[in-house]
Design a protein around this ligand. Structure first.
Ligand SMILES: NC(=O)c1ccc[n+]([C@@H]2O[C@H](COP(=O)([O-])OP(=O)(O)OC[C@H]3O[C@@H](n4cnc5c(N)ncnc54)[C@H](O)[C@@H]3O)[C@@H](O)[C@H]2O)c1
Ligand SMILES: [Zn+2]
Ligand SMILES: [Zn+2]
Length: 389
């Protein structure tokens, strides 16, 4: 089959790889009808995710038609149309039974490696390195789904691929980011990053009752899409974000701040980020937490900092003094996707939201490598790429 494979920094190829096979009774094989490129894939493309190997198949936002089912899988049958969460979860362990599906204790065969870096290990993810299971991803014609009796959700008649595909990741992730904020009537929520995840967070914050959302980015079409979702916007290249948020909130700060940017924050506007860039380039640091620092400073006393932008290792100069003295609450996670699926599918079916609003590019798998670059560089108005294998 054809798949998008990793060969090093900024080197992604569409090439032939062996078809996946059933390896366990609970598996299913999916013929992928749509898959997407995520901001998390850009960290791999940028060469900053450790544990990638030549030829690894990428992709963790996929859906399709079931073409083969393992002997012990009684939930799925051939012909079912399903969306596959990016988190691989057994459904039975300590964490899965508590709803923390992204921390599944059984699905990450690289537990020891991950524990060395992080003190303990999260669960396995599709297409996301040999720290997180080394599973082949779904930017491919076919995908093997382990524990397919737990993760995939069946798509009801009448919904298009585009409407439901983002249940695999960015819709639950943006929703979780807003849910972490414990939104109360009258709240102002500030969202850093108007990429696909930030866009979902903005719309979810309104679904959960936010009075006002302040969205921050610098890319004009992304800011425009945030405004179309009801947010007011700030351009970090033109305005001092801290000053503006203080001005807009009577000097109190935002009730909650969402970091939907993560480790590759733009450096142009700030000295701290330039230092991060130099340090990461010299392998003296792992991340560039400029947005996290700013989000902490812009959060009101006893407010919430909600982090869904991904970080990899050890973060420098995070203002913990500010956080503890002012009583901030931190929430963060790789999204336990399965936990959100029935409720979010219901919201799509009721017409409360149509997540396809972020899609700007649809193409074939062969065009995938070029579109990684287009998405990274934010060329051609690119906000979200969907590939149709
Ligand atoms: N926690 C999870 O489970 C989960 C799931 C999906 C994605 N993510 C992470 O969410 C993040 C966003 O993903 P995406 O798909 O939207 O990616 P993206 O790269 O398209 O979006 C990031 C946006 O941040 C903006 N940005 C950069 N520097 C900024 C700054 N200083 N201030 C404000 N905005 C700034 C960029 O212009 C861009 O629009 C990534 O780190 C990704 O890895 C996490
Ligand atoms: Zn993702
Ligand atoms: Zn589990």
């Amino acid at each position: 089959m054809k798949a998008l494979t990793w060969h090093g920094k900024a080197d992604i190829r569409c090439e032939s790889v062996p078809d996946p096979k059933i390896e366990d009774g609970r598996d299913a094989i999916i013929k992928v009808t749509a898959c997407a490129i995520c901001g998390s894939d850009l960290h791999i493309y940028g060469g900053i995710i450790p544990g990638m190997e030549h030829g690894d198949v990428l992709g963790h936002e996929s859906m399709g038609e079931v073409v083969e089912v393992g002997s012990q899988n009684s939930k799925l049958k051939v012909g079912d149309r399903v969306v596959v969460p990016f988190t691989i979860s057994c459904g039975e362990c300590f964490f899965c039974t508590r709803g923390y599906f992204s921390a599944c204790e059984r699905t990450n065969p690289d537990r020891d490696k991950a524990s060395k870096l992080w003190g303990n290990a999260p669960g396995g993810l599709f297409g996301y390195s040999h720290l997180l299971g080394g599973y082949a991803g779904g930017q491919a014609e076919y995908l093997r789904v382990p524990y397919a009796d737990v993760g995939p959700i069946k798509v009801p008649e009448g919904l298009t691929d585009e409407q439901v595909l983002f249940l695999s990741d960015i819709f639950p992730t943006g929703y979780m980011a807003a849910e972490f904020c414990d939104i109360q009537p009258g709240d102002t929520i500030a969202v850093w990053g108007c990429g696909p995840v930030g866009q979902m967070a903005i719309r979810s914050a309104f679904l959960l009752g936010a009075e006002r959302v302040i969205a921050i980015d610098t890319v004009p079409e992304r800011l425009a899409l945030a405004r179309a979702g009801g947010a007011m916007t700030l351009d970090f290249a033109e305005e001092d974000i801290y000053d503006r948020i203080m001005e807009l909130t009577g000097k109190r700060g935002a009730d909650a701040c969402i970091d939907a940017v993560g480790t590759e924050a733009d450096a142009t506007a700030s000295a701290d980020s330039m230092v991060d860039r130099v340090k990461t380039a010299l392998f003296m640091g792992t991340d560039r937490p400029h947005v996290l620092r700013q989000a902490i400073h812009c959060c009101r006393n006893f407010g919430t900092v909600s982090i869904v932008g991904v970080y990899g290792g050890f973060l420098d100069k995070v203002p913990m003094g500010s956080a503890i003295n002012r009583g901030l609450r931190f929430r963060m996670a790789q999204t336990p996707v399965q936990r959100y699926l029935p409720m979010l599918l219901d919201r799509i079916q009721k017409g409360e939201i149509d997540p396809s609003f972020v899609i700007t590019h649809k193409a074939s798998l062969e065009e995938g490598p070029d579109l990684y670059k287009t998405f990274r560089d934010k060329h051609d108005g690119c906000i979200k790429v969907v590939l149709k294998p």
